[in-house]
Write a protein that binds this ligand. Structure first.
Ligand SMILES: NC(=O)c1ccc[n+]([C@@H]2O[C@H](COP(=O)([O-])OP(=O)(O)OC[C@H]3O[C@@H](n4cnc5c(N)ncnc54)[C@H](O)[C@@H]3O)[C@@H](O)[C@H]2O)c1
Length: 175
């Protein structure tokens, strides 16, 4: 399901087959090595901010690969919040028909949507990550990291008070 997300960026066609094999091998290894962790995520909602980025590439795909590898009645439900400033990468738009994936266009410098629902796990990886660009956009970079993190932590605190606690929280942070 895509919410407010436009058309995919064009992807390179020729080298994809070989690259796809490498990714499939990597994902199989990740699922095997992290089986215990993925089992804990089953049937729960995982929010990944910056999920269209370099690190998001593996975070999103690994959870969806786990769902495919061990089909069960309780898949991991993955939601990606990203501003998609560089467009939606082909690898991510290629996954848009996966029912366990929800793509949302959201700028983490802005307040969180009010209708977030219950997320059991949160990974905050949304930020300008390139030194070239965060020197050009220092305020936006800090806002995504500091205000974005604070908004997510406030959400976690509210969830705790509602007896729907966030069970795990990972912040990548810009260097
Ligand atoms: N890649 C590394 O080796 C590395 C190392 C240490 C820390 N980190 C940190 O991890 C995080 C992710 O890094 P990456 O390499 O995947 O970066 P990336 O640039 O590939 O991905 C970042 C993603 O965040 C999105 N984004 C940027 N600003 C946003 C905002 N305000 N709201 C919503 N989405 C926004 C971008 O559209 C992009 O999809 C960054 O904070 C980075 O500094 C990365």
């Amino acid at each position: 399901m895509l919410k407010g997300v436009g058309a995919a960026a064009a992807g390179a066609a020729a080298p994809v087959a070989r690259g796809a094999d490498v990714v499939a091998t990597d994902l199989a290894y990740i699922c095997s090595a992290l089986a215990g962790e993925f089992e804990r995520l089953e049937g729960k909602r995982l929010l990944i901010t910056g999920g269209a980025g370099f690190l998001g590439h593996y975070l999103v795909q690994a959870a969806l690969a786990w769902n495919r590898r061990a089909p069960c009645a309780r898949p991991i439900a993955v939601t990606v919040f990203d501003s998609y400033v560089r467009g939606v990468p082909a690898w991510l738009s290629g996954l848009q028909h996966d029912e366990a994936l929800t793509l949302v266009r959201h700028d983490m410098t802005q307040p969180l949507p009010v209708d977030l629902g219950d997320f059991a796990y949160i990974i905050h990886a949304a930020s300008i990550a390139s030194p070239t660009y965060y020197r050009q956009h220092p305020i936006e970079t800090m806002d995504a990291n500091v205000n974005g993190l604070r908004a997510l932590l406030e959400y976690a605190r509210q969830q705790q008070a509602r007896n729907r606690p966030v069970e795990g929280f990972l912040f990548f942070s810009s260097s």
